[in-house]
Every structure is written in structure tokens, then in C-alpha cells.
Design a protein around this ligand. Sequence first.
Ligand code: TXA
Ligand code: MG
Length: 328
Amino acid sequence: MIETAKNLLLQGQPVAIPTETVYGLAAPIDNEQAIKKIFSLKKRPFFDPLIVHVSNMEQAKACVKHWPALADVLAKKFWPGPLTLVLDKNEKISDLITSGLSRVGLRQPQHPLALELIKQVGVPLAAPSANKFGKTSPTTADHVRQEFKAEDVFVLDGGPCQVGIESTVLLIKNTNQISILRQGFITASDIEAALKSQAQVFEWIQTTSKNEAPGHLQHHYMPAVPLLFCHKQVEPSQLQDWFRQNQSQIPSSVEGVQLIRPHSFDNAKELVLADDSALAARQLYSEMRRLAESKADFLYFIKKPQHLHESWAAILDRLTKAASLHYR
Ligand code: TXA
Ligand code: MG
């Protein structure tokens, strides 16, 4: 399997790879044609940069202008693992990968097959999640096979993803300023604790500019049927009426991402997740896919008091963006 994946990559063909977060659609960073194929297969706009996956820390250092002390501490603590560090890139990283931005996102994934493949290919692999743009990320090899034709994308099957949601993306700028660009399994508190334990000086900053956070779209991760996010408890029967009356508020597309309207309101299904946030993260995308395929007309998720805990922030972020409508 690894041999096939390696040969295809060396021939310039993108390959789907398992990681601990979600499956990625990978190509070597030194092959522009293969990187372009990733964008066209995903129907992804060129303004959204790709994360570069390395097999060790030295490979990451070779992609950046400087390797800040904060990056060193965080990589030693959390790599291999679900943390992407956004740092000043050097000439090894093409503008295609970073969408013309001066920084690159780097991470060492924690999956033996991914690490072995990167090692064998000998160069880092650029890889976004292996789904069509705006849609639910894949957490099993079958999810990827449903997303792309077999002749277009070979899938290196590494079993179900253990984390289940995408990595935390952390920007490090001006030596000691940090900002979370995308929430993930590793929380702000985890990052703070790691930096404080090594007596690092740092400052949290806000980032709103598209140059720093190009991936900030209102809608993302969307299942094949509409998802209604309920911010308070509600009866399903009440919800059907409410959705019927309010569905006209759903625009056909936002920032280039198409939103789906329900065909009917007869069959609503609740997206129920485990109380434990780590388990819930692992279930999230699989459940969204399973329910969407189960003839549901629309899905709804009800936010509960326990979801206010920090460990739920990344899951709620995904659900908020996956939702077509919010019941408040
Ligand atoms: O867990 C993950 O991160 C997965 C696995 C495959 O590694 N990858 C993933 O990639 O989720 P993707 O392309 O679906 O999301 C990457 C996110 C986007 O929001 C993108 O805007 C941001 O990371 N990103 C990547 N490079 C960046 C850069 N140079 N500056 C700012 N944000 C960046
Ligand atoms: Mg993605």
C-alpha cells in the first residue's frame, strides 16, 4: 500500500493519506503540477493555503526563515500531533501552497503510515483535508472513496482517524505573538500551559485580516443535507415548523460556498454526540455523514450546558460553520 502511494506521489498524482485528525489529499511540495491537481480535485479556491506535513522537526525548520523559540517548545510538546504552526516561509515553499502569503502552515502528523510515507518520498507533503471544498471532512478511507473517483484518488487506508477533527492552527508572529486561526483538539489552555512550563514570554493577539487568516469562512464542513444549530432546548415538532417558516433565510451561497435547502421537512434527525468531548470529536463527521445518508431531510444539533467547556470549542466551531441556520 505504501509502495503504491509513494510511486503515485513520485509520478505527480495526489494520494489520500491517513492522519490522526482527518484524511488529507497529499502531494510533494516540490511538484507544482501535483499541487494544482489537489486544488482542482477538491474544487478549492486558490486563496486558501495548504498545510505542509513533515516527518520530523528538522524538515519543518528547513521550510521556514526562522524557527522561533515558541515554535520549538510547542513542536517538542505536541508533535507528532494535531497542531499546525504558521511561520514565515522560505523559498522552498511555493506561492501556490501558501496562496501567495508569506507564511506557511506546518505540522508533523501522528499516524505511522503518514510518517513513513513522507519519509520514503523524502520531501514534505502538502495536504488539505480530502473532501470537496466546503464539505464535511473524511475520517475513514471509505469517506474519501465516496468523495473522489477511484481512478482520480488512491486512498492509503490507515483506519478511522483517532482525533476526528482538523488540527489547531496557530499563528506565531513577531517572535512572541500568537493567535489561534482554527480551533482544534489542542486548546488555548494547552498551548499556554506548554509555553509557561518552559518560561516562554508570549502574547495572545487577535487576527482578522485575510492575509493572516485566509481560511476564515462563515460556512464549511457542510453535510449533504441542511444542519440546524439549536442554541437552546426545543421539541422536534416545534423545530419542523420553525425550520419551514425560516428556511427562506438560507442564502443559496455565501463566500462561494453553496448552502443546501431541504426538499421536505418530514424527517428531521438529531445529531447526538457523546458527552465526552474527545469521543464526540471522533464521532462528529462520521455521524454527520451517516445521518445525511439515512434519508433525513435535515439534521439538528442541540447545544447543551456541558458544551460550554473549552474542550468543546472546536466541535462547536465546526458545527456552527456546518449549519445552514441557527435557532436561538
Ligand atoms: O488536521 C489537519 O489540519 C488536516 C490534516 C489533513 O492535516 N488538514 C486540514 O487542511 O484541515 P485544510 O486545508 O482543510 O485546512 C487548513 C487550514 C485552512 O483553514 C487554512 O486557511 C489554514 O489551515 N492555513 C494553511 N496554511 C496557512 C497559512 N500559511 N496561513 C494561514 N492559515 C493557513
Ligand atoms: Mg478542510
